[in-house]
Design a protein around this ligand. Structure first.
Ligand SMILES: [Zn+2]
Length: 271
């Protein structure tokens, strides 16, 4: 069944949220959840919503997840406008993120309040971002990060009725050029200042020990997108290197490769 984020992730129950960027990736995530009877968080950015097609989500992903005996969250990642939030709700996403983090704080608060209202009306969970996570969501040019200040997070969380708060603590989207330095103390300070669980975008490439420590300090949702894309590509490449020419076998290689990432990540945060 489709459910919202608050029923799957809490501060005491940190989980990965996986970006759906391919048909094989969706199949791997669905299979994993159903085989292990484990609630999974799937999410999609506007870019891959466009790439895979709205109908892929509306007619296939949403009904398939909803009819499953296992709970799944389908979260809209980084909606950049109120129109995008509305579209996600119409498609049937069970949770949404509005990202106004490139705007000045007051504007971000005002827009996030409106987006939160839309999410509340649809009875789905709501995530917003304060500070700004650098790097383009889907691996484009790097943008400058703006670390989340504790006082901004506090003001934001008091003004916006939200369920999850994405913060910038040394994390970035896409592939890190240098090993990231996650600011664990800032995470602890932010977690103490706001009552909602925190979200770490750009989980790919962060040392696993830092990921685990981040969850101990209050990070509850860790987004993983790039890692699944890299796994898909590696799976295709190794199938090709093995001389496969049939597409079903090449796709199966991609799917197995993605499944291995899911397995190792789920084991990392297994209770
Ligand atoms: Zn993100």
């Amino acid at each position: 069944m489709l459910t919202d984020l608050t029923r799957v992730i809490t501060s005491n129950r940190p989980r990965f949220a996986y970006n759906v960027t391919s048909v094989e990736g969706f199949g791997a995530l669905l299979d994993w959840g159903e085989t292990h009877q484990k609630a999974m968080v799937l999410q999609c950015s506007e870019r891959y919503l466009k790439d895979l097609g709205e109908d892929f989500f509306r007619r296939l992903v949403v009904p398939r997840l909803d009819e499953s005996p296992v709970p799944f969250v389908l979260h809209l990642d980084h909606a950049g406008s109120l129109e995008a939030v509305l579209k996600g709700l119409q498609i049937g996403f069970s949770s949404v993120m509005f990202d106004g983090s490139t705007k000045p704080l007051n504007e971000n608060i005002a827009l996030s309040q409106q987006a939160a209202k839309l999410a509340r009306m649809a009875e789905v969970s709501f995530e917003a971002e304060v500070g700004h996570v650098g790097g383009a969501e889907d691996g484009d040019e790097e943008e400058a990060a703006l670390f989340t200040r504790v006082e901004d997070a506090k003001a934001f969380a008091e003004a916006v009725p939200l369920d999850f708060l994405a913060v910038s603590v040394g994390n970035a989207h896409g592939r890190y050029r240098r090993p990231p330095k996650i600011q664990l103390d800032r995470i602890a300070d932010l977690a103490a200042a706001v009552s909602v669980p925190l979200v770490l975008h750009g989980g790919t490439g962060i040392p696993l020990s830092d990921l685990v420590e981040a969850t101990r300090r209050g990070m509850a949702k860790i987004n993983l997108g790039t890692e699944l894309k890299l796994a898909w590509v590696a799976g295709v490449q190794s199938a090709l290197a093995a001389g496969e020419t049939e597409l079903d076998r090449i796709r199966a290689g991609a799917r197995q490769s993605v499944t291995r990432v899911i397995q190792s990540m789920e084991e990392l945060l297994a209770p």
